[in-house]
Design a protein around this ligand. Structure first.
Ligand SMILES: [Zn+2]
Ligand SMILES: [Zn+2]
Length: 336
């Protein structure tokens, strides 16, 4: 089979490999579509990720496909079913899992290997985070569950409800998903980004859109109740804490480059009683909810997928993303 594997920083190779066989509890998918993600771009450049393990490594984590083989003991899923994958599963035993803080699990199992014709899904993910795709739902749309699950968790953490004023810094795929979900909860939403194309999508999702955080802040005088930072740069983290209203909440959603720092006005944090909070990742409950929202059309998946490429042109899709052209690309591993 053809599969993309990461060999080191900037070194992604398309290889002809033997198709995987399922071990106990595992499942093998015939990949229908995989999606590119900005995390993939980051990992591709760095050549490493804490969860990736040894190189060369299978690569890509947003996927939907058909189950073609299952290992010993698999009962919850059958050969022939179409499924989508939440890309991790918590252990259920560690100190964090016992507090239901699943994204902090010290023993998370991750899935990698979406950019291939066949993919192996680890046993614990088969058990906890593999979800049947409703009939008729395109695979590329079903593969969108992973990022949407992350956004759902952040919306819950922020307690967005009817009338909440929400500012989203960053109109990438995740920022736009946060905006859509906040609208679905009844929030009043504005998205800040420099790219006209992204601002256009924000408006189609029901949000106001502008290129200036200050202008967006004025929409919601004395400032938004909640600011989601979805850029992943320290400057944007600082800006989020500057524009939120007194008593407001900032959710740091975008991961910054390793080792970077941000600087905050202590007086503003203290006397204006700001809450600053990081949110990272998802867990199986959110993946299930995300799939329902996509299948029901409440989150229009097609707006987040900018085009389709064969696996052999995966690097071109990464180049487009690096140039901020388009949001996500669907990869068809069976096209020439
Ligand atoms: Zn992702
Ligand atoms: Zn755990």
């Amino acid at each position: 089979m053809f599969a993309a594997r990461l060999h080191g920083p900037g070194d992604l190779r398309l290889e002809d490999l033997p198709p995987p066989e399922p071990g106990p509890g595992e499942a093998i998918l015939r990949v229908e579509r995989a999606l590119t993600c900005t995390t993939d771009l980051k990992v591709f450049r760095q050549g490493s990720h804490p969860a990736l393990g040894s190189l060369p490594s299978p690569f890509g984590h947003e996927v939907a496909g058909q189950v073609v083989a299952v290992g010993e003991g698999v009962k919850n899923i059958a050969v022939g079913q179409r499924v989508t994958v939440g890309n991790s599963a918590p252990c259920g035993q560690c100190v964090y899992c016992r507090r239901a803080e699943f994204s902090l699990c010290t023993n998370l199992v991750f899935f990698f290997g979406a950019f291939a014709q066949y993919a192996r899904v680890p046993a614990r993910i088969v058990e906890l985070n593999l979800h049947p795709v409703p009939p008729g739902l395109p695979a590329a749309h079903a593969a969108l569950v992973e990022p949407l699950a992350c956004a759902l968790r952040a919306i819950d953490a922020a307690g967005v409800g009817p009338g909440t004023t929400v500012l989203v810094l960053g109109g990438g795929a995740l920022g736009l998903m946060l905006a859509r979900l906040a609208r679905l909860r009844g929030g009043r939403v504005a998205v800040v980004d420099r790219h006209p194309e992204r601002l256009g999508i924000a408006r189609r999702l029901g949000a106001a859109a502008t290129s200036s955080a200050a202008a967006a802040g004025e929409l919601f005088a004395p400032g938004p109740d909640v600011v989601f930072e979805a850029v992943g740069q320290p400057g944007a983290w600082e800006e989020a804490a500057r524009v939120v209203r007194p008593g407001g909440l900032v959710i740091f959603f975008g991961g910054c480059p390793p080792g970077t720092r941000a600087c905050f006005d202590t007086g503003r944090l203290h006397y204006q009683e700001l809450t600053l909070r990081g949110v990272f990742h998802h867990h199986p409950t959110y993946v299930r909810q995300a799939l329902d929202l996509i299948a029901g059309g409440a989150v229009p998946a097609e707006l987040f997928i900018s085009g389709e490429v064969p696996l052999s042109r995966l690097l071109e899709a990464f180049k487009l993303m690096a140039a901020r052209q388009g949001l996500k690309y669907a990869v068809d591993p069976w096209a020439d």
